[in-house]
Design a protein around this ligand. Structure first.
Ligand SMILES: [Zn+2]
Length: 243
C-alpha cells in the first residue's frame, strides 16, 4: 500500500495503483475515509496509520460501493471500539436493502454493493461535522454519496464524485483509460449537480477514490463539468429523439 502525504493532515493510501482511501490527521488521531477492497487490506491500512504515529479513531465512508467498504468488516473486527459513519441513505445498502425511494429517480443501481456485518454508529447528513470535516451531500454516483470538506484548509475528499485517474472527470463521464467509476454510476444528472456544488466550495485540493490528489483543482473541475454538461446534453437529445 503506497502512502502519499498532501500537506500535514491528509495521507492517501493507494492499493493496486488505483484504489484510494485516506487518513486525515485530527487532534485525537486519524479519521480513516473509506476502507479499500476486501481481502487483506485492513492490516496495511492499520500499519500505515501506525507508521505515521497515530491511531485510527473513526471510520467514515463516502459511499457503499465494494472498493470503498471492502475491508470495513475486517477493520471493525480489528478495531471494535472505533465508530463507523456513513450517510443515512447509503447505510441501507450495507444491510442489503437495495430499494430506491419513491422520491428518487428510478434509475437502476450500478456497481457492487456488498452486505456488511458492521453496523454504523452514526448516520451522516448534509452540513454535519465530524472532527474538522464537514459532510457534503453529493448524490449521483450512489444515492447517498457524501464528500468531506476539511474546514481547516478546504481540502476536499470527494470519494467518487470526481475521478482523476485517466484524466479529471465528473463521475459518470466515460473515461477511456479508467471507466470503472462511470460503469458504477447511478445517476449522471445528479452527479453533475453534485460536481457543481463541490466546485462552489472553492476547494484548495481534490482527493478522490481513484487517481492522484490534485492541488488547486478548480480549473480542472470546471473543465470536467463542461465535458459532462456537453455529453449529458447530447445523451438527453438522443433519448428525446428515440422517445
Ligand atoms: Zn464508487
Amino acid at each position: 500500500m503506497k502512502v502519499t502525504a498532501s500537506g500535514n493532515n491528509l495521507f492517501q493510501l493507494t492499493n493496486l495503483s488505483v484504489i484510494n482511501c485516506f487518513l486525515v490527521r485530527e487532534n485525537d488521531g486519524f479519521t480513516l475515509i473509506d476502507t479499500s477492497l476486501p481481502g487483506s487490506q485492513a492490516q496495511p491500512i492499520m500499519q500505515a496509520a501506525q507508521t505515521l504515529g497515530l491511531p485510527i479513531v473513526r471510520i467514515l465512508l463516502t459511499h457503499a460501493h465494494l472498493d470503498h467498504v471492502g475491508s470495513l468488516d475486517a477493520l471493525h473486527a480489528a478495531l471494535p471500539n472505533v465508530p463507523v459513519a456513513i450517510s443515512e441513505r447509503d447505510a441501507r445498502f450495507l444491510s442489503g436493502d437495495k430499494s430506491l425511494d419513491p422520491s428518487e429517480p428510478q434509475t437502476p443501481l450500478r456497481g457492487g454493493y456488498p452486505i456488511c456485518k458492521t453496523k454504523p454508529a452514526r448516520l451522516l447528513h448534509e452540513g454535519e461535522r465530524v472532527g474538522s470535516l464537514e459532510v457534503i451531500a453529493t448524490p449521483g454516483h450512489t444515492p447517498g454519496h457524501i464528500a468531506f470538506l476539511d474546514t481547516r484548509d478546504r481540502a476536499l475528499i470527494a470519494g467518487d464524485a470526481f475521478q482523476t485517474q485517466g484524466g479529471v472527470a465528473v463521475s459518470g463521464t466515460f473515461v477511456f483509460l479508467f471507466p470503472l467509476p462511470a460503469f458504477s454510476t447511478w445517476h449522471k444528472r445528479l452527479c453533475l449537480e453534485s460536481a457543481r456544488k463541490l466546485l462552489a466550495l472553492q476547494p484548495s485540493l481534490l482527493a478522490v477514490g481513484h487517481g492522484r490528489v490534485l492541488s488547486n483543482p478548480q480549473p480542472a473541475m470546471e473543465r470536467a463539468i463542461r465535458v459532462m454538461e456537453q455529453s449529458l446534453a447530447k445523451e438527453e437529445r438522443e433519448q428525446s429523439r428515440v422517445a
